[in-house]
Design a protein around this ligand. Structure first.
Ligand code: HEC
Length: 401
């Protein structure tokens, strides 16, 4: 029953998270685009800095950008903040349901001995909170006068955090924590800096006083940070699907590489919006992506070397030898009726009860169990290196029956 309820909470929060996240990123992309495409009105208008016409969904729109504030504030002023807050709230709910509820399944590595569930959760909360505090302090310090230095330092610190997290948690959980850290920084930027500063400026304008420009500048810097962090965090949201990446022994370095590449792509668009066409950035990013894929390719020698004791004498590994391994190490989850507490259906529909079933997913078994070793989850069923090697040898030999 508990597993069933958790599954529905998981579904609900994930769906909600995706919807609000799309709304948040959508508005942020839209305003970014708007700011860069709005032009001075053809016929000058009093107090108006820019004007833009658009057609969408069969209707025409005219957007005006004020030079400062309008003389009279309209009754309804949209702030665009709930998208950010709800993305964060639903994200934390999802983190709780997936990773905190039963820390043994997705959070803890069985090899990092001795961590109690509450300790694992405390470390997680500590990492998330400390990351925001350090980032916020950096932004408020004189470092903010050196935006490039600040950005590089931030990226280095984030990579160190990501490295540390991959030592403590299962790789998927570690990646997701980096995502939560970035998401928290982005949402906290909106909550603690961007919106309050905007409010101070609006209040000043209503009172007919000149707005405090430094408030606007601080908000703009945080907005720009959020802008560059968007693409990496989107990748992390999807990263669960890519065991080749999160299961790699240098996963933290690949994550850093992908982040830098995606920020480069973001940079290209920001420059383009400002009228600078640095077209070379895109092919460089593409080449970097291919290079990253090539250098991080798992070396086929690794599983073979460990399987030498079995495969060296040319011994055939048949399904007869594989079946008991699957039975003991995998079937508690990957069966039509899983016996592992909390699992109501085989994860991803993958069942390993019969030869045909195992054969059908052999490539995934190789990537998840032989190469990256993220299966069995947290090695809950205590598979041995020899058994992994045997699975590798069986797949290598073309899965004899
Ligand atoms: C404790 C439960 C559990 C055990 C034991 C377990 N798995 Fe999994 N397995 C999962 C879950 C949960 C997922 C889905 C993960 C996800 O959504 O990314 C999964 C996913 C997979 C996938 C799909 C990975 C992909 O590339 O998407 C494969 C293949 C797999 N498991 C194989 C195995 C093998 C082989 C074993 C035994 C050696 C095993 N699992 C043991 C829970 C388990």
């Amino acid at each position: 029953m508990e597993g069933y309820i958790l599954d529905w909470f998981n579904l609900f929060f994930r769906w909600f998270h995706l919807i609000t996240g799309a709304a948040w990123i959508g508005t942020s992309f839209y305003f970014n685009w708007l700011n860069h495409n709005i032009r001075s009105p053809e016929t000058p208008k009093d107090g108006i800095k820019g004007e833009l016409f658009a057609v969408h969904g069969g209707a025409f729109y005219q957007v005006l950008k004020y030079d400062g504030a309008p003389k009279v504030l309209p009754k309804t002023l949209h702030w665009f903040k709930w998208e950010a807050y709800f993305t964060w709230i639903t994200g934390i709910c999802l983190l709780t349901v997936v990773y905190y509820w039963d820390t043994k399944i997705y959070l803890l590595q069985s090899t990092v001995g001795g961590l109690q569930p509450w300790q694992a959760i405390a470390i997680s909360v500590g990492f998330i909170t400390a990351s925001w505090l350090v980032y916020d302090l950096m932004c408020r310090s004189p470092l903010h006068k050196q935006p490039m230095f600040l950005a590089i330092l931030g990226l280095i610190l984030l990579t160190i955090a990501s490295f540390a997290l991959t030592r403590i948690y299962q790789p998927r959980a570690a990646f997701m924590h980096v995502g939560v850290i970035i998401g928290t920084i982005m949402a906290a930027n909106v909550f603690f800096v961007i919106i309050p500063n905007q409010r101070i400026m609006v209040d000043a304008m209503i009172a007919g006083q000149p707005p405090d420009i430094s408030k606007g500048a601080a908000g703009a810097m945080r907005s720009l940070h959020n802008n560059y962090l968007t693409l990496p965090v989107l990748f992390i949201m999807l990263s669960n699907h890519y065991p080749t990446v999160f299961g790699h022994h240098l996963n933290w370095a690949i994550l850093a590489g992908l982040s830098v590449i995606s920020m480069g792509v973001r940079h290209y668009f920001n420059l383009k919006h400002n009228g600078e066409h640095k077209v070379w950035i895109l092919p460089v990013a593409a080449v970097a992506m291919v290079a990253l894929a090539l250098v991080s390719k798992p070396r086929p020698a690794e599983p073979l070397a460990t399987s030498r004791p079995i495969g060296a004498h040319g011994a055939r590994v048949t399904f007869q030898q594989i079946q008991p391994i699957l039975q003991v190490r995998c079937l508690s989850c990957h069966a039509a009726k899983p016996s592992f507490p909390g699992f109501l259906a085989p994860p991803q529909g993958i069942m390993l009860e019969r030869y045909e079933q195992a054969r059908a997913v052999h490539a995934k078994i190789k990537s998840s169990t032989v190469d990256s070793q993220y299966m069995p989850l947290g090695n809950l069923t205590k598979i041995t290196p020899e058994e992994r090697a045997l699975l590798g040898a069986w797949i290598q030999q073309g899965m004899p029956q």
